[in-house]
Design a protein around this ligand. Structure first.
Ligand code: NAD
Length: 370
């Protein structure tokens, strides 16, 4: 079915290859049971690429990333490479991918798995059933705006400057991603800004309102100030479906939303670029966590964030919502059955390795498909 679709797998460093191995296991299941085989290309990124080629990302791998239908990324970095110059540090590989693929929309879901409800810092009755998506503008805003820097003033003291800048085109393209996503979900978008004190926020609100009116009348659009959004996220997070904001606000809000659901080992993400003429979007899917050098090589990594990233790929790059649902239901089933990796361990549950968790997800897929 998807044989003509090409995937680039970049496991990277530390626990990256360990969690990617479990994705390969689930991919093999879909290939065998659902004839859903992708053409898979493997590549190096991060420290392992530096060791082999003297760079965290070769031009060949970069070119492949631009050619394929989607990229699955593990994690990069580790103490072995900490002494390297900034220009060749493992993390530069990921930054180059994001930049050259022009991945301007970062999608971070916050979904509560019922069996892990106790892991949330909020009360069960506040977070039960939470299922929201934060869309972060990733390539603009105050992290990139100019003028920027630290300057010396006439009196000898120093001043730090950063500039929040958004063009209409930048706001519109990320707003469109959020509105399109909402169409496939509960049809509600909260657009977050500080239009009360920032001109860039006034423009953000105007562009979102105009886009909504012109093309997305079937979706409800609400505006919210960023400070209120932070408060509402911990007060009543279930009021949200899709939230969209600029780079800075969404950076903070997405970390806050993520922690509502418990562990780092459970959080996937997607980064999307603009669609090309044929409607194909550049896309990179990766867990939120890093390479976890403290547990690498010990079979202790939780593969669920990586598996959920794979499910996001099925849903957003290939429109395979049923298959994505199946992966998510299999994960819930395994957690319901009481299996836990060390990071999400709870009293009375069975602690298992990365590999056993991956095998259990495949067994659960077998059960669900029977
Ligand atoms: P980290 O996410 O790697 O680890 C933070 C803590 O969470 C550690 O205790 C780790 O054991 C635990 N953890 C993370 N993922 C887990 C999983 N799947 N299962 C179980 N436990 C998990 O962050 P860090 O320690 O700050 O960074 C380690 C290295 O990773 C650094 O070199 C950093 O630069 C890099 N990093 C890479 C990325 C990326 O590749 N996107 C992101 C963040 C950090």
């Amino acid at each position: 079915m998807a044989r003509n679709k090409r995937l680039l797998l970049l496991p990277g460093d530390g626990i990256g290859p360990e969690v990617m191995a479990e994705v390969r296991r689930v991919m093999a299941w879909f290939d065998k049971r659902r004839a859903l085989g992708f053409e898979v290309v493997d590549g190096l990124v991060g420290g392992i690429s530096y060791d082999r080629h003297g760079t965290p990302l070769t031009d060949e791998v970069m070119a492949l990333a631009l050619e394929v239908d989607a990229v699955l990324f593990g994690a990069v970095g580790g103490p072995k490479w900490d002494h390297l110059d900034f220009s060749v540090k493992p993390e530069r590989g990921l930054l180059r991918l994001r930049k050259e693929m022009d991945l301007f929309a970062n999608l971070r879901p916050a979904v509560l798995f019922e069996p892990l409800i106790e892991a949330s810092t909020l009360k069960p009755e506040v977070v039960r059933g939470l299922d929201m998506m934060i869309v972060r503008e990733l390539t603009g805003g105050i992290y990139f705006g100019t003028p920027r820097g630290i300057e010396r003033l006439a009196d000898g003291s120093r001043r730090g400057v950063n500039t929040e800048v958004y063009s209409e085109a930048e706001i519109e393209r990320v707003g469109r991603v959020a509105l399109e996503l909402a169409r496939k979900r509960r049809k509600l978008v909260h657009s977050v800004d500080k239009a009360n004190v920032m001109e860039s926020g006034v423009l953000w609100r105007e562009v979102m309102t105009a886009l909504h009116k012109a093309e997305y009348a079937d979706v409800e659009l609400r505006h919210m100030y960023a400070d209120n959004a932070a408060m509402q996220l911990v007060r009543d997070p279930r009021q949200f479906d899709v939230m969209v904001a600029g780079n800075l606000f969404a950076d903070i809000l997405s970390d806050c939303a993520a922690m509502l659901t418990g562990s780092l080992g459970m959080l996937p993400s997607a980064s999307l670029g603009a669609p090309d003429g044929a409607g194909r979007r550049r896309a990179l899917y990766e867990p939120v966590h890093g390479s976890a050098p403290d547990i690498a090589g010990q079979g202790r990594a939780n593969p669920i964030a990586m598996l959920m990233s794979y499910a996001m790929m099925l849903r957003y790059s290939f429109d395979l919502a049923d298959e994505a649902d199946l992966v998510e239901r299999a994960i819930t089933g395994v957690l319901d059955g009481g299996l836990r990796t060390a990071d999400i361990m709870q009293p009375g549950k069975a602690r298992v390795s990365t590999e056993v968790m991956g095998e259990a997800v495949v067994s659960e897929l077998d059960k669900l498909a029977a």
